[in-house]
Design a protein around this ligand. Structure first.
Ligand code: M6R
Length: 364
């Protein structure tokens, strides 16, 4: 039932504050300010590497997880698209573990990767939304996302719930590996506790988003840029726009711009830059200057500090609340989902059931 929403996707976008909050509450003890007690099929203190594998949006959640686990828990992570992983014959050292991420728990390539790891004899965990799924059954341990059924083909609430679980797992790993102090853990838990509120604020951004969506509905190509955890978000923004509006979009690490894609920039090219005011904001601003100098039309998705400090002409600046760096990916997922959704609605494509796509890709 879509309730008062035009599409399931719109409904699912709006459910995010609630489902993120449910998911976080399962993995964090807000009263104690600690990560909760839950079982793991391996010991984060003992493993030396973690292999993550998934497809599409779930893969991009995993890519953000890699940045988090490596930065905060000092755990080296290998991440692969499952269709590559399954045939890559990757050596898996004895002290490694594998993590699979899937909304449906049925994606053929992800399942094949899981079975490859099973054959290699390493412990297997899965982040799944469907708890009765094949992947859930075949894993040594599961971390459910509590997103509820996701009907829209484009993944929205499953993605932010996957990020929520990955953030909690990062704290679990950091604690086990002794890379954060109890005070730091408490501070991170407090930051995550605020995530649903920030996400609710992001949902109110409609005006700027509508304006940008109108622009996008007239173009053939769009570029998304970001650095660090905003790089996977740039990829996710491009994926969402492609699948929903059929506009050609590409996501790039902002620093890669001058290694090729800058040749694409002209007055026709909208460039969507995801850049909260973080440690590397200035670097991204200098990439934006390169775009502006070539006439590219910049849409900047940032926070209040970023809007003040990016002295540039933009087509539009979408301003989110200032949020701590650790939780930013969960919040910045919203404007990119909303942008793709509104563009699809304006263009009259089917937001819930885009052409050629299946919700669950159970064949190779
Ligand atoms: O069910 P899964 O999470 O394994 O599905 C993975 C991808 O097929 C999925 O995320 C796909 O990329 C979405 N349509 C993206 O919005």
């Amino acid at each position: 039932d879509k309730g008062n929403y035009r599409h399931f996707m719109e409904k699912e976008i709006h459910e995010q504050p609630e489902v993120i909050s449910h998911t976080l509450a399962r993995y964090l003890d807000f009263a104690q300010g600690t990560v909760a007690n839950f079982d793991l099929p391996f010991d984060f203190a003992k493993i030396e590497r973690l292999a993550i594998s998934a497809c599409g949006t779930a893969y991009l959640a995993g890519l953000i997880g890699k940045y988090w686990l490596e930065r905060y828990a000092r755990l080296p992570v290998d991440i692969d698209i499952a269709s590559e992983f399954r045939y890559r014959e990757m050596p898996l050292p004895e002290n490694s573990a594998a993590l699979f991420i899937s909304q449906s728990g049925e994606t053929a390539d992800t399942l094949a990767s899981l079975r490859y790891c099973r054959g290699e004899g390493i412990p297997i965990a899965a982040i799944v939304n469907v708890r009765e799924s094949t992947m859930a059954r075949e894993s040594d341990g599961i971390f459910p996302t509590l997103a509820g059924p996701e009907i829209g083909v484009a993944s929205t609430k499953a993605f932010t719930c996957q990020l929520s679980v990955l953030a909690a797992l990062t704290l679990k790993a950091a604690r086990a590996r002794g890379t954060i102090t109890p005070d730091e853990e408490k501070a991170f838990v407090r930051q995550l506790a605020e995530a649903p509120r920030y996400v609710s604020q992001a949902l109110k951004l409609s005006d700027g988003i509508e304006k940008v969506a109108r622009e996008l509905s007239h173009v053939r190509h769009v570029l998304y840029l970001g650095r660090d955890t905003n790089y996977p978000l740039a990829l996710e923004g491009a994926l969402k726009l492609k699948e929903l509006s059929y506009i050609h979009a590409e996501g790039y690490a902002a620093g890669e711009l001058k290694h090729g894609p800058i040749a694409l920039i002209d007055e026709q090219m909208p460039v969507i830059v995801i850049a909260p005011h973080d440690r590397i904001f200035e670097k991204t601003v200098s990439n934006m200057q390169e775009v502006a100098a070539r006439g590219g039309r910049i849409v900047l998705i940032t926070d209040e500090k970023g809007a003040k400090n990016a002295t540039l002409d933009t087509l539009e600046t979408i301003v989110l609340p200032d949020v701590p760096e650790f939780v930013a990916p969960i919040v910045y997922a919203l404007p990119i989902q909303m942008l793709a959704y509104h563009t699809a609605v304006l263009m009259g494509t089917d937001a819930d059931q885009p052409r050629n796509l299946a919700k669950s890709v159970t064949v190779e």
